[in-house]
Design a protein around this ligand. Structure first.
Ligand SMILES: *Cc1c(COP(=O)(O)O)cnc(C)c1O
Length: 412
């Protein structure tokens, strides 16, 4: 049996028991799951919430007077309040449940089409995920607004002095990720928000990669929009949230038309429902929303400060071990980063490393990580990305480093 050798107050062995998938084997080896930045694993507590919903009270919400419908509605609205409390939104109706970050960003981008004019400017960063680039390009095409890009330096940090130069009274919107999924860089979001507000621009933060590690306080940040996906923070796929300040959500037009989002409908005129329902057309992922709430409960029970401290230990340990390998280069070396390591070894293609270590039971992501501009900046086709979660261990990192060494041997 394995002896708990992690010298930390963090009881990772007990936590691992909550995740059934972590005890499976892949290709005859114990699974080492280091693709947490793509999606996290699901604890039994969240799986139970899903099973409980479909076993006991599956019904459509906000519609029926019958008991099941009321129980489902109550649980769904309770989840919204958990999300509100977690992100410290002032009001529950500022939380829009979406299918994820991508949906949340598209909702805002589509709404701004009616608020932007030709020659207005919007600012994005060089570090973005495609889902925080493409919707804005589409918006610019529609409105004639111009897209400006905050450049980054070789460490993968945004050049803040360049950001300041881009800002003017023409700037209407700034959208950056809180944490970069490709490199793990934590961006200086407080400063980004303050400077944008100083010229009257709104800010959307893509929090998909931050939310699993950092508990964002949307009021303290004074951010206008914040988007996350549940599946990166122990919840199910297909659900996420958009936080929006009430004043903005009132200004934006509805995103989709349908049931649930209306107050009255006639063929002459339809009036829209109040927030949050105005943005929640159709039957949502009811079970997913409830499970998202259960995931937040699970992570808050452990505590985000403890999670961040332990993951930082893993990051430092893995960084040091990997750098012992000749010709290994890490991309993204900001002093403030989450537990993500993007790397290459010499000229070896990242895909080949990923394929070999999969045979040894290890899951990492290889490729451009939906952030092609970041890869172009470093003039590489992609990287191997290992991303850690609080349920990973130093022993797993040892296994991983040995596997990478083996892959290097086979490929060079
Ligand atoms: C994963 C991710 C997204 C997209 O999230 P979806 O759940 O696929 O909608 C957007 N931005 C960042 C930074 C991400 O890591």
């Amino acid at each position: 049996m394995k002896v708990a050798s992690t010298k930390t107050h963090f009881d990772v062995e007990t936590i691992r028991k909550d995740f059934p998938i972590l005890s499976r084997e892949v290709n005859g080896k114990p699974l080492v799951y280091f693709d947490n930045a793509a999606t996290s694993q699901t604890p039994q507590q969240v799986i139970d919430a899903i099973v409980d919903y479909y076993t006991r009270y599956n019904a459509n919400i906000h519609r029926g007077v019958h008991t099941l419908s009321q129980e489902a509605t109550d649980a769904y609205e309770q989840a919204r309040i958990k999300i509100q409390e977690h992100f410290n939104a002032a009001k529950a109706h500022e939380i829009i449940l979406t299918s994820g970050t991508t949906h949340a960003i598209n909702l805002v981008a589509s709404g701004f089409a009616s608020l932007l004019k030709k020659n207005d400017e919007v600012i994005v960063s060089a570090l973005e995920h495609h889902s925080n680039i493409v919707p804005w390009q589409m918006l610019c095409e529609k409105t004639g607004a111009k897209l400006k890009v905050i450049p980054m330096n070789n460490e993968g940090m945004l050049k803040m002095e360049e950001y300041e130069k881009l800002l003017s009274e023409k700037t209407k919107l700034v959208f950056v990720n809180h944490v970069s999924n490709a490199l793990g860089t934590v961006n200086p979001v407080e400063e980004i928000i303050q400077k944008a507000h100083a010229v009257g621009a709104a800010v959307l933060l893509d929090g998909a990669q931050a939310a699993p590690h950092i508990k964002a306080d949307v009021q303290k940040l004074d951010v206008d929009f914040y988007a996350v996906s549940a599946h990166k923070m122990c919840g199910p796929t297909g659900v996420g949230m958009l936080y929006g300040k009430e004043e903005w959500l009132k200004k934006l037009p509805p995103y989709q038309g349908g049931g649930e989002m209306i107050a009255t409908v006639t063929f002459e005129k339809t009036t829209y429902a109040d927030l949050p329902h105005k943005f929640e057309a159709g039957t949502p992922d009811i079970c997913g929303g409830i499970a998202f709430g259960a995931a937040l409960d699970y992570m808050n029970n452990i505590g985000f400060e403890k999670i961040a401290a332990y993951e930082h230990e893993l990051l430092e340990y893995a960084t040091q071990k990997l750098l012992e390998i000749d010709d290994l280069k890490i991309y993204g070396t900001s002093s403030d980063k989450t537990a993500v390591i993007s790397f290459n070894i010499g000229e070896i293609h990242p895909y080949d490393i990923g394929t070999i270590i999969d045979k040894l039971g290890i899951a990492v992501r290889t490729g451009h990580h939906c952030a092609q501009p970041v890869m172009d900046f470093f003039k590489i086709p992609g990287t191997v990305r290992a991303s850690f979660s609080f349920y990973n261990t130093k022993e797993e990192i040892d296994t991983f480093v040995e596997a990478v060494k083996k892959a290097k041997q086979m490929l060079s």
